[in-house]
Design a protein around this ligand. Structure first.
Ligand code: ZN
Length: 142
């Protein structure tokens, strides 16, 4: 297997690149917290722990399978407020009602549309390859 774009043989399965990239970003999380231990009593302390940061390498992100985009209540509310302001500026009748309807439509429509796209995109994910040299992602044979 070689890269169709630059002919490099430094290619890996996309799923392996994704796994690798996300494992590397496992970082130590340090924070301050309140502990309520039986022996220590209530106390303030610094804790360290292992956790996976949300960030991953660019390669991992490129090699990741398509995912469904969810718009949570917070984002939905932001969208609602944003459109309320726009509709108010445009002097439309009932700007908040219109904005709320639109925000709900986006909150439902966005996951639905991206779920369909993701399902179509991920059909050949097991045959997807990633080039370590030029970053090309393509679908080939296993
Ligand atoms: Zn390449």
């Amino acid at each position: 297997m070689h890269c169709p774009s630059c002919n490099s043989v430094q290619v890996r399965k996309a799923s392996a690149v994704y796994m690798d990239g996300t494992l590397k970003t496992k970082t130590r999380i340090r924070g301050v917290g309140i502990t309520a231990g039986r022996r220590e009593g209530l106390g303030l302390g610094v804790f360290t722990g292992r956790g996976v940061s949300r960030g991953s390498t660019i390669a991992a992100e490129k090699a990741d399978r398509a995912r469904v985009i969810w718009i949570g209540p917070f984002k939905g509310l932001s969208v609602c407020i944003l459109f309320s302001v726009i509709f108010a500026v445009l002097q439309l009748y009932d700007p908040f009602g219109k904005a709320l309807g639109l925000a709900i439509a986006i909150m439902i429509g966005c996951p639905a549309a991206t779920a369909i796209l993701a399902a179509m995109n991920n059909q050949d994910y097991d045959r997807r390859w990633y080039c370590d040299t030029c970053g090309e992602v393509w679908t080939g044979e296993i």
